[in-house]
Design a protein around this ligand. Sequence first.
Ligand code: NAD
Length: 432
Amino acid sequence: MNVTVIGTGYVGLVTGACLAHFGLDVTCADLDAGKIQKLRQGLIPIYEPGLEEVVSRNVQAGRLRFTEDVAAAIPDAEVVFLAVGTPPLPDGSADMRYVFGAVQTISEGHRRYQVIVTKSTVPVGTGAKIEALMAERHPRDSFSVVSNPEFLREGSAVADFMRPERIVVGCDDPKALEIMRRLYKPQTDQSIQMLTTNRVTAELIKYASNAFLAVKISFINEVSRLCEEVGADVMDVARGMGMDSRIGPRFLHPGPGYGGSCFPKDTRALLDVARARKVGLRVVDAAVAANEDQIQRALNKIQKAFGIIAGARVALLGLAFKSDTDDIRESPAMKIAGALLDAGAVVRAFDPAAAENAAAVLPALAFAKDPYDAAAGSDGVVVATEWNEFKRLDLQRLKASLKTPLIVDLRNLYDPREIREAGFTYVSVGRP
Ligand code: NAD
């Protein structure tokens, strides 16, 4: 089966490489010629564990190729995936120009029956709009538009794509559904469940899932605030809640608020969709507001711990929005870095993967080669991303590097007793 994936970012590249791994003939197309050039040289433009190997193996096997000529990749494809970005506009709605731009290209190159599959996260009703756009130039029976939202997580994207917890296919056309079943047969043969729904339902499943996870995070973040007031330990509260199988332990980790390229934008876009239909989503609304408060609370914690920020030397551990990625979009760590710089602090940061992306956005940041180098001569450490390698620092070495033994741990990575016994002043989230 010939497949074209339009958009070769975190989702498109993983989708293309993994579909090739499952034996399909895949062309990954992107307008960003620099990205395509890198990929042709065997370089992976993003940090994603395990991706390089899948890409190189499938390129060598002749099943995966890259092109910046998006139009040329359309005519022969039986299935075209849309995996372009849908970033937020200032009013919170999704910016659909990349999706509709790509649909325009598909429409121009359309020659044979084709399934157009939306993998990008798009507002409810987008499938119908794509269908209408295609129908302006082509008979309705010459294409089908399917919603196949993606649930992969950056940092474990390859494994998530190969063995997802579910595959959601929203499709109103039996012929297209048959093709989607063939496409995902390697996964469904391994007992991975495929949920088939109508198209608009699939579109909503994605937004509803991300909004629910955002609610869970905001919920535990709010509970952490109460813990600080009453002297409870939020980690134990979360553990106790999570033992209830109706609740489950995941996404109950307090921190500086959720970030990344999905939760902030998808919650706001869902609210925008609901607003347009005059439906109130008060729970989601509150989760968004609580998240905005949480980053402010993180900044207040830092301010209180450091005293005066102007002139303070801060060692910042982590810049990515979470561990195991170089993605800094809507990263709480980046917001903290920016606010500290604005307030006149000198910030020396270390992140195992995201330094290059961060430097492009915040050129005033200084970069260290490891956590100890970041701490050298600093007035304290702020831990902003939960990288595993930050969990096992040599505390005595860290203390020796610092001017003041202070750790503000916004990810609750450490055991408070151990850190205090090592002679640090320790501030964390929702713990006595
Ligand atoms: P990204 O920014 O990493 O990649 C998007 C790519 O699309 C870019 O390389 C861009 O150059 C390219 N592009 C834009 N317009 C194009 C066009 N007309 N033709 C060809 N290429 C074009 O974005 P991403 O993180 O991969 O996200 C893509 C979509 O998937 C978004 O809707 C996002 O919400 C959704 N999603 C992302 C994740 C994630 O973890 N990143 C997870 C699930 C779903």
